[in-house]
Each structure stands twice: as C-alpha cells, then as structure tokens.
Design a protein around this ligand. Structure first.
Ligand code: SF4
Ligand code: SF4
Length: 429
C-alpha cells in the first residue's frame, strides 16, 4: 500500500532545495503578480508547495500580507469552525541520555531533580487531570533506559484502564524519542492516538550542534522517524519545529517539505503541526510568528495546528484566529506536576498558567467552542480515512455537534458556575 521509505532524510529535506527556495522567495518577494496567483491558488483550499509558501513568508507588502491573514481566517473557519480541541501534557519521566542544549532534561544537568512516575503515581496524575475535565493527553518522556518502550506501553495501559467516576481519558497521544518500526508497531497496538515528534531544526549542521551527544545526535534517524512510525502502522503523526533555534524561513520550508514527503510517500500528510518557539529569546517578532501560522494554515488546510502553554495568552489568542485548532490548558511541564507534587522537574516555563476552567471560560468569551471530542479516534477514523473525510468537508458536521456535546459534558461535570453561565448564554444564541 505504501511507497515506504523511498527517500532518505537528506533527500526529502534537501538542503540545496531549501537554499534555492529561500533565494527564489527573496527574488520574488516583490513579484505581486506571482504573489496574487499564489493567494488565489490557496483560496481553492488545496494547499501550497513549500516554494509558494516561502514566497508569501518573504513578502513585505502589507496589503498582500493582510490578504493572506484574511484567507487564513476564512480557511480556519471553513474547516474547523469555532471548535478548539483541548488537551494536556503528562510528563512520565525526565531521565534522559541526550544532550539537547535547549532542554533542561539533558543528561549533564545536575541542577534538576530526576523523577520517573510509578504506575500508582500515574494513576494519581491522571485522576487529577480527569478531575479538571481532560479527555485527551499527550505523554512526554525523556530517552533513557529508565523509560524503555515497555514502561511507556505499561503506562498507556494504566491510563486507558483507569475507571474512575470523574471521567475517562479517551485518547493518549505520545511524544517519545525516535524509535524502531517494531516499537512503533507496539505503540500502535497499545492504541495511541497521534505519535508526535518535533524536529527542532531541519538544518543538519545546527541540529547536530543542538544535539551534541546521545542517540538524538543522529539527524537522519530522527528525521526519518515518521517514516518508520508510518511503516509501523501509526497513520496519525504530528510534526513541528522549535522556531527560534535556527533561521525561521529555513525551518518553515523544511517543515512543509517534511509534510509533502509524508503525503507523497504514504498518501497522508501529518495529522498535526505544532508551532513551539524558544522563549523569551527568539529570532522572530510576534507579527512574523502570526504570519507563519497563517501561511501554514493556508498551505496545509487539512492539518490540525497545535500551540502549547509555552506561549502567553495574547499570542495564543492571535494565532487561534489564524489557524491553531488545538491548545493545551491547565498544563504542568514537570514530572508529577498535577498531583504527585515534584518540584524542580519542569521542561519549560509555562507562560499561560491559567487553569483549564479559566481557559475554557476565556475561549467561550472569544466566541470559540472548547471541544473534548475524541470521536474520530474511537471510531477508527485515522490517517487517510480521516483525511478523506476532512477533504470532502463531511467532518465539519460531526465536529461541530461533537464539540458542543462534549462541552456540555464538561459544563455538567467540571465547570465553575461562572463558566457554566457564560456557556449557557453561548449555547442559547
Ligand atoms: Fe531529552 Fe527530549 Fe529534552 Fe532532548 S528534548 S534532553 S531528548 S527530553
Ligand atoms: Fe476531532 Fe474527529 Fe471530534 Fe472532529 S469529530 S473534533 S476531527 S475527533
């Protein structure tokens, strides 16, 4: 079925092609006839190539940039309506053998407490997340003999098995280090939702400097992880770069080339694209960040977009309108942060520290419908089955009805009186 692994990382993320793309974008950034043609093509909601998208990113004309933004809002509205899917990260362990210089979990850091949750502690964490109203988790763990695949599988089983009066986790997404086809098959067998792995940067030399030691140093092994995940049967994969660690224009082109490669090789592009950035020191303005989100939205209209609590409230509000369809809420980035209570184990500083209820309240106030829906996953609508429904436009009816039904469930079981009152007004309208 799949034209599996037809290209190596250095072929599908071709450095020369990225440099040529950047040169082409620079040369054409004032070519308004071409820019208008690209915008017209994007209006058909069939996506853009990395070259076309890069021209839009380089474009400095305010008028055209406003047009791109307007189109991003329209496409967002057309495919995603008002719903915003909610999730929370769950950190299992911060032991790590890698030396990633941007991450406090790197093995040389002696100033961080190391912690791996036991299965009993995972239950406590998950019950705390269920108490908030969460239905969808993203598991996070460092790469270490402390947290082998068996531990991850056991943890997933524990989470799905927690029967508690306060609710149930219906979808477990997993963000673990690049691994083998065999291990991806095991994750698939354990019933995971999306497999998520960020690239940080597609620029090989910078990548190798950022990851000086450990298995993650291997650029090709890391970059080809999604090919192996797909070969292992995981058809929903989530990609992303860490904007700010290298030239954003380079990584933007690389990100879209990665999406094109997955679509070309497996017939299905990434399920989600995440847009984390290094904060506070990054090499892009708020306007550039918003522009990147808008162009990703019109370049891959069928791919969900995720933003985490790394970003503050104002930034999140801005990019929600332009394309982001999933956000985390009430997040803790430490191991045991929800209930077990371990200090000094965080991966990054949470810039949006509001509770889930505060975020739900805020989203409703902005006119969105916070959604706890996991129906596609429960019904086996993943990979190309999911994408074909999205492309046919048939998914929107399910999404809107499910978003509302799951919001009502949240309101009944978890919401504050204030949030309930606000939501009831919205539902009546
Ligand atoms: Fe380990 Fe991941 Fe942090 Fe790198 S980014 S040090 S692999 S936990
Ligand atoms: Fe997501 Fe599917 Fe639910 Fe729509 S119906 S919100 S795509 S899980």
């Amino acid at each position: 079925m799949y034209n599996a692994k037809s290209k190596t990382a250095e072929e599908f993320i071709d450095h020369r092609e990225i440099l040529d793309t950047l040169e082409y974008a620079e040369k054409n950034k004032g070519n308004y006839e071409l820019i208008s043609q690209i915008i017209s093509k994007a209006r058909e909601s069939k996506g853009l190539s990395h070259r076309e998208a890069s021209v839009l990113l380089a474009c400095e004309s305010e008028e055209h940039n406003r047009e791109v933004e307007k189109l991003a809002r329209e496409i967002k509205e057309k495919f995603y309506g008002k719903r915003i899917v909610m999730f929370a990260p769950l950190y299992l362990s911060n032991y790590c053998v890698n030396g990633c210089i941007y991450c406090p979990f790197h093995y040389k850091n002696k100033n961080i407490e190391r912690k791996k949750l036991s299965q009993e502690e995972i239950c406590r964490e998950v019950i705390a997340l269920q108490d908030m109203g969460h239905k969808r988790l993203a598991l996070e763990t460092g790469e270490s003999p402390e947290s082998p695949i068996e531990y991850v599988l056991e943890s997933i089983k524990t989470i799905y098995g927690i029967k508690h009066e306060n609710g149930v986790i219906r979808r477990v997404n997993v963000n673990i280090a690049a691994t083998t086809v065999e291990n991806y098959k095991k994750l698939k067998g354990a019933g995971i939702g999306t497999y998520i792995l960020f690239q940080e940067t597609y620029h090989k030399e910078t990548y190798e400097k950022l990851h000086p030691t450990g298995p993650k140093h291997d650029y090709a092994y890391h970059t080809e992880a999604m090919d192996r995940a797909m070969e292992g049967g995981i058809d929903d994969v989530g990609i992303g770069v860490l904007f700010g660690v290298h030239s954003y224009a380079y990584d933007f082109a690389g990100l879209l080339m990665h999406a094109e490669h997955l679509e070309e090789t497996f017939g299905v592009g990434p399920h989600t694209i995440s847009v984390p950035r290094v904060l506070p020191s990054n090499n892009m303005s708020e306007d550039t960040f918003a522009k990147i989100v808008a162009i990703i939205r019109i370049s891959v209209p069928y791919t969900g977009m995720i933003i985490s609590t790394r970003e503050p409230e104002q930034t999140r509000a801005r990019v929600l309108a332009l394309g982001v369809s999933q956000i985390s809420g009430g997040s803790r980035t430490s191991v045991g942060g929800y209930a077990v209570g371990t200090a000094n184990t965080s991966q990054f500083e949470v810039m949006d520290a509001r509770s889930l209820d505060e975020i739900v309240n805020w989203l409703i106030g902005l006119g969105y419908v916070p959604s706890f829906c996991t129906a596609c996953y429960s019904k086996g609508r993943t990979g190309d089955r999911f994408m074909s429904m999205v492309k046919s436009g048939k998914i929107a009816d399910f999404c809107n009805a499910n978003a509302l039904a799951t919001l009502k469930e949240y309101l009944r079981d978890y919401a504050s009186e204030e949030t309930k009152a606000l939501a009831e007004k919205m539902i009546e309208v």
